[in-house]
Design a protein around this ligand. Sequence first.
Ligand code: ADP
Length: 472
Amino acid sequence: MFLKKLRNLRHTLALRLTLWYGGIFAVSSIVAFSIVYGLLAAVVQERTDEELEDDLEEFASMMSTEGLASVREEIAAEVLEEEATNVFFRLWGPDGRELLGPDLSSWPGLAETNEILSKVDSTEEPLLETLDLPGREHGARAVAGRIGPNFVLQFGQSTEDDEELMAAFRNGFLITLAAVVLLGGPIGWFMARRALRGVDEVTRTANEIAAGALDKRVAVGSQGDEIDRLAQAFNTMIDRIQALIVGMREMTDNLAHDLRSPLARIRASAEMAMINGNPGTQDEATLAANTTEECDRLLEIVNATLDIAEAESGAARLNIADIDLAEIVRDACELFQTIAEDRKITLAADLPEHCRIRGDRQKLQRVVANLLDNALKYTPVGGQVTARILDEGAQIRLSIEDTGVGISPEEKTRIFERFYRCDPSRSEQGNGLGLSLALAFARAQGGSISVQSAPGEGSTFTLAIPRLQRSG
Ligand code: ADP
């Protein structure tokens, strides 16, 4: 269950947006941090270098004004103040001999005298270097240069303080980044969900409409943003579709209405010709009989269309009375028994003795007859059709189960449309109106019809109807 939810989540735009925003934010923060870090490191080193150069200049002027002894004293004082582990000083005389004998044990691996002197000789500028000495935890920055015409001084200081500053800056950034990712994830998710809620609403409404609720509309917000405009456009589209459907229905209803009278008159004339006409040729008799029969079929279509229109529009007058649904089904089964026997189908009824409800007898009789007729029509020889009543108290369920050809999932919703027939070859007689009529009659009485089916195995049509009806 949880895994399935997680898998569904993967396909949400909200999650993708959150991840994209999170990723872009993290990458841009890291880039920004790297730039600031680089600048800061440069500023820190520049400051140290300036200090070192200033100190070297001071030593040079001290050498020229006060002499070597003062320089030595000053160096000793500095080492004392800063501690021998944090600073080092090296001083060479005119003959290249090291003049100081200070404790350099904390500074292993300092460059050889020759190396330093030749480097200093090669340039006028003070020689600034970063020293990465083995065995020392922190690095150091050092300067070397001439003080006075004959002396060379090199001194350096540990960069521990600077490194600590940079480390604090790094840690501060990492903590901030972690906090932002931890908080930003849920907040981003919440924002994305909020922004997309309108899209979910449109999807839900579209699904409801697809399931048949054509009068549903999406609630349009007042902000006039993209989602509101989508909802508005969606509603306008559905309005238009609904208007087209209503228009088409009205047209078929009007057509059916206008066809009824001429058809009835043609039928009456043909029937009269059959009954009263002078005995004519065989062809004339056949023509009259065929005309009557075809008129009957056309009138059946016209009447069914008008009955559906009437029931759907709510204009149908219901004749609600106390009726026994078990009796209606039993009578219908008896009526269809002969057809079932002709087709070698076992028609069984699993019914309670009585099932008293309030409903329109005639309309329910037509619903039951349509469902039974279909079950027998679409079940091959040797099959079985069973009618059952399930009394659930406030609601009654009447199911007609068959072992027939079944209906594919795609056609399950379509079979209730007017004139829809699954079999394109139309091998069975019918006009595609039976189920539309049954559903319209069921709905007019507060009921519904559902279908369960497996192609090749059979179908079960279930009429669910409330036991009590308001008299209409
Ligand atoms: P028809 O006059 O064609 O029977 P209906 O509206 O009663 O019209 O049914 C619509 C279509 O639904 C039928 O053409 C048929 O293909 C399918 N159908 C209805 N009932 C069954 C059933 N019990 N088993 C299989 N298919 C069915």
